[in-house]
Ligand binder design. Structure first.
Ligand code: PLP
Length: 450
C-alpha cells in the first residue's frame, strides 16, 4: 500500500458510487445509514487480511470481518476442505442422524477445551445461538429463571440475547420492559473505576455489589441459574477485567450453585493470544459459547461446550435447522488444525505484544485516553479535552483511516477504535496499518481535522 489508499485491482463495474445510488434504498437503514454511506466502500472481494472494493481499491482489514476471519479471509487449506465437504455432504441435519464431520469437530473442540470439566459439545449456527443455547442449558438444568449478566456485554441481537446483553441502552430501546430474566451488574472495566480504587478493589466492589445489593434486593441467589461473562468484552471496547474479579465470580457461582457461562464468541479462537480468553484467568467454566472465528470465516457455525451436569442429565430444547452444517464442521476442524499446525496463536500473541507496546505511546496524544489490549486485539479509547468519551473524534479517525486504505473496527457512536486483524496478518502490513491509524489519531486531536 502506498500513500493514500491501497493497491489497485481492475474495477468491477458499475462503480461504487453508482451501486450506492441504486441500492441504498433496498436494505434496512441500520446497514445503509449515514455512517456506512459516508464510507462509501462496496466490497467486491477479499483475501488474506485485505478486502477489495468495486473500484479496485484494496484496504487492510483491521476488523477480520468482525472477528470471523482469524486465519485470514479465504484461507486455501480451509477452503479446500470446505469445498470437498460441500461436494460430499451437501447439507445433512443432525436431528435425523449425526454425521461424520460433527464427530470429528467434537473431538477437536474437546482436545482444545479450556478445562477438562467440559466434556460435551452442542452445535449451533451463530454466536447468538451459542450464547442463547448456553443460557438455555443453565436455566433449564437449574430450573431457575434468572441469569446474572454485566453492563456493556454483548451476546447478540435476538430478543433473548438482547435482554441478557446490555451493550447500550440505544440497542435495547423498545425492549426495555420485555422481561427476559436477566439482572445486570457493572462490568469491572479498570478505566471506569471510581477514583482512588485499584482495578482489583473495583472488581471486589462489584462482587460486593452483587452480594449486598442485587442478591439482597433484586433477586435471591436460589432463583439465579448462572452468570454469563465475557472474559474480555470486545464489543464494549476491549475491556479486560482484573483476574481477581473473574476468580471471585467463579467462587460466587460455587457458593450458590450457579453455572459459569463463558461467552468466547468473539474473544475465543486465538483472539487474545490464547485459544480461549478464559485461559488468562485460570477459571474453569461450566458452559462455553464459541462462534465467529471457529470456521475460518467460511461458513457459519457455533458451539457450546458443557459439563456432564449441564449437558448429560436433562433434555434441553435447543438447536436450529442449519446448526452443525457438515461443511461448516469440516471448516471448523480444518481451522483448529491450521491454528495448531502453524502455531498461529503464539505468533499472533507476539505480534499483539509488539503492537500494544507501540500503540501505548499514543496515550501521549491529546485525543487518546487509553490504549489497552490482549493478544492481537487493541482498543484505543478517545476522549475530549475535558476527559469525556469522544465518539465524534473516533468517527473522524475511522473515516480518515478508511480514506487511507485501512479499516479499523468501530461500533458507530462508540469512543473506542479497535485493531482486530486476522491473526495471520504479516507484520509489515500491520505496521503500515498502525502508521495510518497513528497519523489519523494525531490529526484527531487538532480542531482542523474535522
Ligand atoms: C461476545 C459475543 N457473544 C455473542 C455474539 C453474537 O454473535 P453473532 O453475531 O455471530 O450471532 C457476539 C457478536 O459480536 C459477541 O461478541
Amino acid at each position: 500500500m502506498k500513500g493514500r489508499g491501497g493497491r489497485r485491482h481492475p474495477r468491477t463495474s458499475p462503480s461504487s458510487a453508482e451501486l450506492w445510488r441504486r441500492y441504498s434504498r433496498r436494505f434496512p437503514h441500520y446497514f445503509w445509514g449515514e455512517e456506512t454511506r459516508l464510507a462509501s466502500v462496496l466490497l467486491a472481494g477479499a483475501h488474506d487480511s485485505r478486502v477489495v472494493d468495486v473500484d479496485g481499491k484494496e484496504y487492510i482489514d483491521l476488523t477480520s470481518q468482525w472477528g470471523t476471519n482469524n486465519v485470514g479471509n479465504v484461507h486455501p487449506k480451509v477452503l479446500r476442505a470446505t469445498q470437498e465437504a460441500l461436494a460430499r455432504y451437501g447439507f445433512l441435519i443432525y436431528f435425523i442422524a449425526p454425521h461424520l464431520p460433527m464427530l470429528d469437530l467434537a473431538d477437536k473442540l474437546l482436545e482444545v477445551r479450556p478445562s477438562p470439566n467440559l466434556t460435551r459439545v452442542f452445535l449451533e449456527l451463530s454466536g447468538t445461538g451459542a450464547a442463547e443455547g448456553a443460557v438455555k442449558y443453565a436455566v433449564e438444568v437449574a430450573e431457575r429463571p434468572v441469569v446474572l449478566s454485566f453492563m456493556g456485554q454483548y451476546h447478540g441481537l435476538s430478543i433473548g440475547m438482547g435482554m441478557v446483553g446490555a451493550l447500550s441502552s440505544h440497542e435495547r430501546r423498545h425492549w426495555e420492559a420485555y422481561g427476559g430474566g436477566a439482572v445486570h451488574a457493572p462490568y469491572p472495566v479498570p478505566i471506569r473505576r471510581p477514583k482512588g480504587m485499584t482495578p482489583d478493589e473495583y472488581g471486589g466492589w462489584v462482587l460486593d455489589y452483587i452480594r449486598d445489593e442485587l442478591l439482597a434486593h433484586v433477586v435471591s441467589p436460589e432463583r439465579v441459574a448462572g452468570t454469563i461473562f465475557e472474559p474480555v468484552a470486545l464489543e464494549a471496547g476491549v475491556w479486560i477485567p482484573p483476574k481477581s474479579f473473574v476468580r471471585g465470580l467463579r467462587s460466587l457461582c460455587d457458593e450458590h450453585g450457579w453455572a459459569y457461562i463463558d461467552d468466547e464468541v468473539e474473544a475465543g479462537v486465538g483472539r487474545t493470544g490464547k485459544m480461549w480468553a478464559i485461559e488468562h484467568f485460570s477459571v474453569a467454566p461450566d458452559l462455553v459459547a464459541i462462534g465467529k472465528g471457529l470456521s475460518g470465516g467460511l461458513l457459519p457455525i457455533s458451539a457450546v461446550l458443557g459439563t456432564e451436569k449441564m449437558m448429560a442429565e436433562k433434555e434441553v430444547a435447543a438447536g436450529t435447522t442449519f446448526g452443525g452444517h457438515p461443511a461448516a464442521c469440516v471448516a471448523a476442524s480444518a481451522t483448529i488444525d491450521l491454528l495448531r499446525e502453524e502455531r498461529i496463536i503464539p505468533r499472533s500473541a507476539a505480534l499483539g505484544r509488539r503492537a500494544l507496546a507501540r500503540a501505548k505511546e499514543w496515550e501521549r496524544f491529546d485525543s487518546v485516553a487509553e490504549v489497552r489490549g490482549l493478544g492481537l486485539c487493541l482498543g484505543v479509547e478517545l476522549h475530549d479535552r475535558r476527559g469525556n468519551p469522544d465518539p465524534a473524534a473516533a468517527r473522524r479517525v475511522f473515516f480518515d483511516c478508511v480514506r487511507r486504505g485501512v479499516i479499523p473496527l468501530w461500533n458507530y457512536g462508540d469512543c473506542v477504535l479497535r485493531v482486530q486483524p486476522p491473526l495471520t496478518i504479516p507484520a509489515d502490513e500491520l505496521d503500515r496499518a498502525l502508521d495510518v491509524l497513528e497519523l489519523a489519531l494525531r490529526r484527531a486531536g487538532r480542531p482542523s481535522a474535522s
